[in-house]
Design a protein around this ligand. Structure first.
Ligand code: IPD
Ligand code: CA
Ligand code: CA
Length: 261
């Protein structure tokens, strides 16, 4: 598969940060048994990964604005482009030695999503997309699933944790989807959940509270894989809106209908 220069830059950054995270992930298990525990180590692994991504992207595309979960937003001189980066999506999994986490990199051009990478360095699955050029898993084109029956569909979601989000509302959502579907999965990395929608593994995904770095890359992956992405109210998804529904056309429509009521 011939990749564009832009995607090559993003893949290079994701793979380099991925090597660093994979090395640190190997240490986490050992740290589980230490008195101090792995929490500090994990936050330094997270920051290190963001620095690597940032350095690589800056070197190849100087002047672009950079928004990273760890370092916040640094305005660039270019005025047209903005990177949106989560260097470690699935921190709780990482901390617990669960090999489901990802590096998520998106590029906006004039406020529109232009390119996306979601990379799981443990499974070596690299999801990529560029606006108008389709979505890929490693070298293969991916598409959202073709299922139209909600009863046969599997849904991804991200559960709010202690001190976060509206648990009552979430349980209402879950009750509706559980009763109608073939299953609900919560993997712990929203970026990967969306990549899995793009690859047709999940028929749809929803969440009421995500930050731009959690969903920017995943949203473009889903759209480029032929899927639909909106808010729960069915409106066009913006970076400012924290809620999201993504899926193939039919299941996206069913899910918006279920969650809205
Ligand atoms: C989290 C993951 C998780 C979602 C949380 C996010 P982090 O990101 O995407 O799936 O439920 O809302 O904060 O903290 O691991 O980067
Ligand atoms: Ca995240
Ligand atoms: Ca993160």
């Amino acid at each position: 598969m011939a990749r564009s220069a832009l995607i090559n830059v993003m893949v290079g950054a994701a793979r380099k940060a991925g090597r660093s995270l994979a090395r640190d992930f190997g240490e986490v298990e050992k740290l589980q048994v230490s008195l101090k525990g792995p929490a500090d180590f994990v936050s330094s692994a997270d920051r290190k990964a963001e620095e690597i991504v940032r350095e690589e992207l800056d070197r190849a595309r100087p002047g672009y604005t950079f928004l990273g979960e760890e370092s916040g937003e640094t305005e660039g001189t270019d005025g047209q482009h903005r990177w949106i980066v989560d260097p470690l999506d699935g921190t709780t999994n990482f901390l617990h030695g669960i090999p489901l986490f990802s590096i998520s990199i998106a590029l906006e051009r004039q406020g529109r999503l232009q390119a996306a990478i979601v990379f799981n360095p443990i499974t070596d699955e690299l999801f990529s997309a560029e606006r108008g050029a389709g979505a890929f898993l490693n070298d293969y084109r991916i598409r959202v699933s073709a299922r139209t029956s909600i009863a046969e569909s599997v849904f991804g979601t991200a559960m709010p944790v202690t001190g976060q989000g509206d648990h009552g509302q979430y349980l209402k959502d879950l009750a509706k989807v559980m009763a109608a579907s073939a299953g609900v999965r919560c993997c712990g990395s929203a970026a990967l959940d969306l990549a899995w929608v793009a690859a047709g593994r999940f028929d749809a995904f929803w969440n009421r509270r995500l930050a731009p770095w959690d969903f920017a890359a995943g949203a473009l992956l889903v759209r480029e894989a032929g899927g639909f992405v909106s808010t729960i109210a069915g409106r066009e998804k913006t970076m400012e809106a924290g809620d999201i529904v993504a899926g193939n056309e039919a299941i996206h429509r069913h899910l918006v209908g279920l969650l809205k009521t």
